[in-house]
Each structure stands twice: as C-alpha cells, then as structure tokens.
Design a protein around this ligand. Structure first.
Ligand SMILES: [Zn+2]
Length: 77
C-alpha cells in the first residue's frame, strides 16, 4: 500500500527546509490555494508553507477566510 502522505511528510523532513513564505507570496498564491482546497485537492502540497503562514499571520488568515467564503459562496450558487 502506497503512503503518499507519509512520503510527502518524509520528503519535507529530509529535503530542504520547508520554505517560509512571506505575506507577498502568500497573497499571490492564496487564490490558487483556496481553489485547490475547495476542489478537494491537496492545497498544502501545491503551495508549501502557506498553511503555516496562515497559522502565524492574522492578516493573511483573515484574507484567506474571506476569499474562501467568497469562492465557496460562488460555488454554492
Ligand atoms: Zn501574512
């Protein structure tokens, strides 16, 4: 049985340090991240470091939540 999640976690541990993204990069990738997340894709794999940034940055977190509500609301229509 393949364990892609485990492999990914290991790659993250063994590979180069997870990129610490800044607000600019977070903002630039936020649309894509929310789209992937709402599509049920692995957004964290597609945009490494963004989730961690959201955890530590209230401003981007707020932006993320409003964008998610907006995009999610459009989908619901
Ligand atoms: Zn930020």
């Amino acid at each position: 049985m393949e364990r892609p999640d485990l492999e990914r976690a290991l790659a993250r541990l063994l590979g180069p340090a997870e990129p610490e993204i800044g607000c600019d990069e977070c903002f630039a990738e936020l649309d894509r991240y929310v789209e992937l997340e709402l599509a049920g894709e692995d957004a964290d794999a597609a945009v490494p470091g963004l989730r961690a940034h959201l955890e530590g940055c209230p401003a981007c977190r707020e932006e993320y939540e409003s964008l998610r509500a907006l995009v999610g609301g459009e989908r619901a229509l």
